[in-house]
Design a protein around this ligand. Structure first.
Ligand SMILES: Cc1cc2nc3c(=O)[nH]c(=O)nc-3n(C[C@H](O)[C@H](O)[C@H](O)COP(=O)(O)O)c2cc1C
Length: 189
C-alpha cells in the first residue's frame, strides 16, 4: 500500500511562552516535502477536551482526529523528570485510537534533553498497545538551540537524527497500517 501516511505531531506543552512552538515548527519545517508523509499538528491547547467535558463532544472530536492518523511524533519537554500533565490528559482521552500506531519522540529540556520524559511515555504508550520507536531526537540545553529567527543552530546532526527517526516511523506506520487492513487489531488475542 503506498497511500500517503498521516502523521500527527503532538505538542507536549501548553505553558505560556512555551518553547514547544519553536521545536514543533522546526520538526514541521524539516519534514515538509518528505515523500509520502502528511503532517498534522495536534496542540493540546485547542485539541484537549475541557476537564469538565469528559466524554463530551470535544472528546469525540479528538478521538476522530487521532483515529485518522497512521503514526505520531510527540514533541515533549521534561517537567520534573517526567512529561507535562496536559500531554497525559490528551493521551488518556483516547484508547483504541492509539492501538498499533508507531510513536516517535522529539524531546527537549536541560541537561537530559527530555529523555526521562520519553522513558515514562514509553510505559504509557505500551499500555495503549502503541509501538514506540527506539530512534528519536533529544535536544539538551533547549534555551541555546535556536536563533532569534527560530532556526536551529548547528542543525546538521539534529536534522539527520530527525530524518532517521522519520524513516523508521514511516516503516512502522506502513507495516501496521497494512496489518490492520488484513486483520483488525481488536480481533486479535
Ligand atoms: C515545571 C518545570 C519543570 C522542569 N523540570 C525539568 C526537568 O526535570 N528536567 C529538565 O531537563 N528540564 C526541566 N525543565 C526545563 C524545561 O524542559 C524547559 O523549560 C522547557 O523549555 C519547557 O518546555 P516548554 O517551554 O515548551 O513548556 C522544567 C521546566 C518547568 C517549567
Amino acid at each position: 500500500m503506498t497511500a500517503t501516511l498521516r502523521i500527527g505531531v503532538i505538542m507536549g506543552s501548553v505553558r505560556e511562552g512555551r518553547l514547544c512552538d519553536r521545536v514543533t515548527a522546526w520538526v514541521v519545517r524539516t519534514l515538509q516535502g518528505e515523500n509520502g508523509i502528511q503532517l498534522r499538528v495536534i496542540d493540546p491547547r485547542t485539541a484537549l477536551p475541557a476537564v469538565e467535558n469528559g466524554g463530551g463532544k470535544s472528546t469525540k472530536a479528538l478521538k476522530q482526529l487521532l483515529a485518522g492518523m497512521d503514526g505520531f511524533i510527540v514533541v515533549t519537554p521534561e517537567y520534573n523528570h517526567s512529561f507535562p500533565a496536559a500531554l497525559k490528559q490528551l493521551i488518556d482521552s483516547a484508547y483504541d485510537e492509539w492501538q498499533t500506531r508507531p510513536v516517535g519522540f522529539v524531546s527537549y529540556g536541560a541537561m537530559s534533553g527530555g529523555i526521562r520524559a520519553v522513558e515514562q511515555l514509553r510505559q504509557v504508550f505500551a499500555e495503549l498497545h502503541a509501538v514506540t520507536l527506539r530512534d528519536g531526537v533529544a535536544l539538551t540545553d533547549i534555551w541555546s538551540r535556536f536563533d532569534d529567527l527560530g532556526e536551529l543552530i548547528e542543525p546538521g546532526r539534529t536534522d539527520a537524527a530527525l530524518r532517521r527517526m522519520v524513516s523508521r516511523l514511516r516503516w512502522w506506520a506502513m507495516a501496521t497500517r497494512d496489518a490492520r487492513s488484513v486483520e483488525p487489531y481488536d480481533q486479535v488475542g
